[in-house]
Design a binder for this molecule. Structure first.
Ligand code: 5AD
Length: 471
């Protein structure tokens, strides 16, 4: 009788990079003989992949970890809180078995094995600055997803004053363009139809194998060339997206790439953070409102059907009601179709620690709600314009695990739910008529199947919805 496989459950918080890291941890642990299960209950190993971009993420870790305190489980804390807190996590939660940072994930199976054998708790949080390693998709037959994340760069050299990421993900390191293109090609051959390029400032990409001229414009990166290479060398790719870009690197050459490359999504998420120059300056964002507007206006001119979403922080130190009103006016002016809104949250190590967190919690909350009201109205109005339209959908997977309907995305990243039918399934490309708009998604009827679902394509559960305002 074959030995029972040990059960592993991964709980993921935070951004797409964490989702990608979790997918890679699943691959590593499956290869090491574990069975991945959806529920924490009954799992032999639980990995909490954490986020520290706001304080709330840390609180979530503490409450999730606390629930497992007495359980006979190997508890692993991975991700940004692991990197940020390291040894300190063991002091406050000695029942944690393994603390592992984002650059040490390959060691995970060995670290878990040691813990299973009764070894002491371990902490591995070393940045691979000299010889960066990038986690890649497993493209074994049958393993390709309808949509896949591909890492382009990691770390961040910006010093936005609110942001902990440079301290949890380390300095910028880039992957050779040849490796990125090869991974995309392998995915496409495996049945993947959409690739989402990932990086903390994805559009700052520079090919580490190419020497740069000394007089290079620091805003210009080699990201546009990378997009062109992917389009040319992986012609079977249906859709190409990227996240998260920095407005500073939204240069004329990136705008031209959007004009030229049909494969690029007609939706871009471009975090602006504030509509007030005074606040942008204190945030060390390195652009003004007018510069941001100019850059995204050029992008829209290059691709008129393009929609935009953004990230906004309310209640940053020193933000007045007038500053906030400028943010609201920018949201209206640029007609973002959706946005993520956050209350400023003090983060360790960040330059903004020197500023007084002086906007009262109640005021932060009321600004967030005011932002929510404006953006929800814009989302509603945008989705309503699509009712009756014919859209092309890439089907990613069931609407929810076990659901009877399928969830797909348009080229502009709207989520559309459709009923099943012949050829409809993960990886299918279908034409649907939009019948109805919900708050953050659409419902449609499949009219025709352009590319039927392939049995070798796995459903993709992105676990991250269309941007919404969150408290
Ligand atoms: N407080 C609130 N929001 C933050 N973000 C990053 N750091 C903080 C913070 N300290 C938001 C930004 C960023 C998104 C991922 O999280 O809007 O774009």
């Amino acid at each position: 009788m074959p030995a029972m496989k040990k059960k592993l459950c991964l709980v993921t918080f935070g951004c797409q990079m964490n989702v990608h890291d979790s997918q890679r941890m699943e691959d590593l642990m499956r290869d090491a003989g574990y069975e991945v299960v959806p529920e924490v209950e009954g799992a032999d190993v639980v990995i909490l992949n954490t986020c520290s971009v706001r304080e709330k993420g840390e609180q979530k870790l503490r409450s999730e970890a606390g629930k497992l305190k007495k359980a006979d489980t190997v508890l692993v804390v991975a991700g940004c809180v692991a990197q940020q807190e390291g040894e300190a996590l063991l002091k406050s939660m000695p029942f944690i078995d393994v603390v592992v940072g984002p650059d040490n994930l390959q060691e995970l199976p060995a670290l878990v094995r040691e813990a299973e054998l009764g070894g002491p708790s371990t902490v591995r949080t070393v940045f691979d600055v000299d010889a960066p390693h990038f986690l890649t998709n497993s493209v074994a037959p049958g393993a390709a997803g309808a949509s896949a994340y591909v890492t382009v760069m990691k770390g961040c050299d910006e010093r936005c004053s609110f942001c902990v990421v440079p301290y949890t993900r380390g300095p910028e390191r880039y992957r050779p363009a040849d490796d990125i293109v090869a991974e995309v090609r392998a995915l496409v051959e495996g049945g993947t139809r959409e690739v989402v390029l990932l990086g903390q400032t994805v559009n700052s990409f520079l090919d580490p194998t190419v020497a740069l001229p000394a007089d290079r414009d620091p805003d210009e990166s080699q990201f546009p060339e990378l997009l062109r290479r992917i389009a040319a060398e992986a012609p079977g790719l249906d859709r190409l997206r990227y996240t998260s870009p920095h407005p500073r690197h939204l240069t004329a050459s990136l705008v031209r790439a959007h004009a030229d490359l049909a494969v690029l999504s007609t939706h871009v998420h471009m975090p602006v953070q504030s509509g007030s120059d005074r606040v942008l300056k204190r945030m060390i964002r390195r652009y003004t409102r007018a510069e941001y507007v100019r850059r995204v206006t050029a992008l829209r001119a290059a691709r008129p059907e393009l929609t935009l979403s953004t990230d906004i922080i309310v209640g940053f130190p020193g933000e007045t009601r007038d500053d906030f009103d400028l943010t609201l006016s920018l949201v209206r002016e640029l007609q973002f179709v959706s946005l993520y809104g956050f209350k400023y949250s003090v983060r360790p190590h960040t330059p903004a620690l020197k500023l007084d967190d002086d906007v009262p919690e109640g005021e932060k909350q009321s600004r967030l709600l005011a932002l929510f009201e404006v953006s929800e109205a814009q989302t509603r109005a945008h989705l309503a314009t699509l009712v009756g339209a014919r859209v092309e959908l890439l089907i990613e997977g069931p609407s929810r695990p076990g659901a009877a309907t399928w969830s797909g995305r348009t080229r502009a990243n709207e989520i559309v739910h459709v009923a099943g039918g012949e050829g409809v399934g993960p990886g299918a490309v279908v034409v649907a008529e939009v019948a109805r708009a919900n708050k953050h998604s659409l419902e449609g009827r499949v009219e025709s199947v352009r590319i039927p679902a392939a049995t070798r394509v796995q459903p993709t559960f992105r676990r991250i919805a269309l941007p919404v305002v969150t408290a």
